[in-house]
Design a binder for this molecule. Structure first.
Ligand code: ADQ
Length: 466
């Protein structure tokens, strides 16, 4: 098995992430890296006065990591700027929040160049190189320009926007062309791949033959490869003492009440305001269920340096306060809204204690919380997943109650339907979803992607920088 060099914006060890707010990628990558004895390269998250390109090597939980520090201007323009104020909103269909600035684009190009310069010396000729996510779209091109002929793949964890949105980016064509320097590009769902193909058809003089895009002397396979959980590991965590304790604690605190749970990074793409409003609608439609249900929303803050994230935080505080003010009684609070991170075991106890898992993003590449909720259920008496049709996970989890997160009425009906669902139907739906997350777990995901990468054809001649 060739060695894997994984490259992503941040490198996070599992130990670090255990109690913190860790992203889906951290959990997913560790499994594939351990199996291949690879190296995970990325930004340390630390700021340095001046960029030096010095690499820090570590090993944690069997995963070797190599990290670099970035300087303040890099963090501002590349990370907070182009990645999180330009690409993230645009790729989540939020043109209204997309900020276009030359400084951001310049910082993005500079940091991708710095990544290529520093990771380059670590790459051996037979290594497979796997680049992750929107922070590093042009990294493959940067490596090719330095003469690397390795098989290099890219996986996009977030949606790919339709061409009509993407063309708002001044350098959209260069960005898409840079992706054609990879051997394999992976998408979470068919919808995102199709949006990419639509752009290629409309704007590039390229040939498309099934999954293969040929452009000049380059050939790239466009693969749909939905990310999964380490399902077996998650299921055993769900049975741990800590999980049982948190489940018991929650059940005692909510005696006689059905709990609905939402767990999301605090991000506008997750549809949290819309969710609170839908819950309010549900309480209005079903006065007989007031005091019989409660919503626990867990939302650890993220990207606090970006203004739109500060704004959504303030809006959610106000909204939860006003809904509680309107409906609460002396011994019942309709929404418990907490901004902490929880250990995986605690989170599992919470999922398992909840009758309904409410996962209603406006757009989401995949959404691992939906899968975690399914994994944590007791198959004999499972809860019901209420899932947005705009999450990549909806293409796989057909046993969910699928809702439109833009319609508070549709979501309110979905909640009511989930709470009233008979046991046999709950079991049947859960089984279909559970079978899927067992079959297409994170090991399947990394194996499928790496096999596709290993199979990639001969490399085009190196295109060295002049
Ligand atoms: P994210 O947008 O971060 O990831 P998601 O897939 O939901 O979204 O993963 C979030 C992870 O953080 C989950 O594993 C969850 O358990 C964890 N988490 C959330 N709140 C937590 C809390 N309070 N305490 C502890 N853990 C918490 C991006 C894309 C997604 C895609 C993933 C992986 O936006 O669409 O599914 O990458 O590809």
């Amino acid at each position: 098995m060739p060695r894997l060099i994984a490259i992503s914006n941040r490198v996070q060890t599992e130990t670090e992430g255990e109690t913190a707010n860790r992203g889906g990628l951290a959990v997913a990558l560790a499994a594939g890296l351990r199996a291949s004895n690879g190296i995970w390269f990325g930004w340390s998250g630390e700021q340095t006065e001046e960029f030096t390109g010095q690499i820090t090597f570590r090993r944690a939980n069997g995963v070797a990591t190599a990290t670099i520090d970035l300087e303040a201007q890099d963090i501002e323009e590349y990370y907070n700027g182009f990645a999180n104020r330009t690409l993230w909103p645009l790729f989540h269909y939020r043109l209204d929040l997309t900020e276009i600035a030359r400084d951001f684009a310049g910082g993005y190009a500079r940091v991708n160049h710095r990544f290529a310069e520093t990771v380059g010396p670590l790459i051996e000729p037979d290594d497979l190189v796997w680049v992750h996510d929107y922070h590093l779209l042009p990294l493959g091109q940067q490596l090719r320009e330095r003469g690397f002929r390795n098989r290099i793949g890219f996986f996009l964890h977030i949606p790919w926007p339709p061409p009509s949105l993407l063309i708002s980016l001044p350098d959209h064509r260069e960005l898409v062309e840079s992706l054609l320097d990879y051997d394999v590009v992976g998408f979470q769902s068919e919808e995102w791949r199709q949006a990419f193909m639509d752009y290629v058809t409309a704007h590039l003089d390229a040939d498309i033959d099934g999954e293969i895009v040929s452009f000049g002397n380059r050939r790239t396979r466009m693969l749909v490869c939905p990310i999964g959980l380490d399902t077996a590991d998650f299921c055993s965590a769900a049975h741990s003492m800590a999980a049982k304790q948190s489940q018991t604690q929650l059940m005692v605190s909510a005696v006689g009440r059905d709990m609905i749970v939402g767990v999301d990074r605090l991000d506008y793409s997750k549809g949290l305001q819309e969710r609170f409003i839908a819950y309010q609608q549900f309480l209005t439609n079903h006065p007989e269920l007031c005091e019989k249900v409660s919503l626990l929303q867990i939302a650890p803050p993220s990207r606090g340096d970006v203004p739109s994230y500060q704004q959504i935080r303030a809006e959610l505080n106000a909204l939860s306060g006003s809904i509680n003010g309107e409906f609460a009684t002396i011994d019942w609070v309709p929404i418990r809204y907490v901004n902490h991170g929880y250990s995986r075991e605690k989170l599992f106890g919470i999922y398992r204690a909840a009758r309904v898992g409410l996962v209603t993003p406006l757009r989401d590449g995949m959404n691992l919380v939906a899968k975690e909720y399914v994994a944590a259920q007791d198959p004999a008496d499972p809860g019901v997943l209420v899932l947005s049709r705009f999450a990549g996970a909806a293409a796989q989890l057909e046993g969910a109650v699928i809702v439109n997160p833009h319609s508070s009425e549709d979501m309110a009906d979905g909640i009511a339907r989930a709470l009233a669902m008979p046991l046999a139907e709950r079991q049947e739906r859960h089984k279909a979803m559970f079978d899927c997350i067992v079959k297409q777990d994170v090991h399947w995901w990394s194996k499928t992607f790496m096999e596709a990468l290993e199979k990639a054809g001969p490399k085009p001649a190196a295109r060295l920088l002049p």
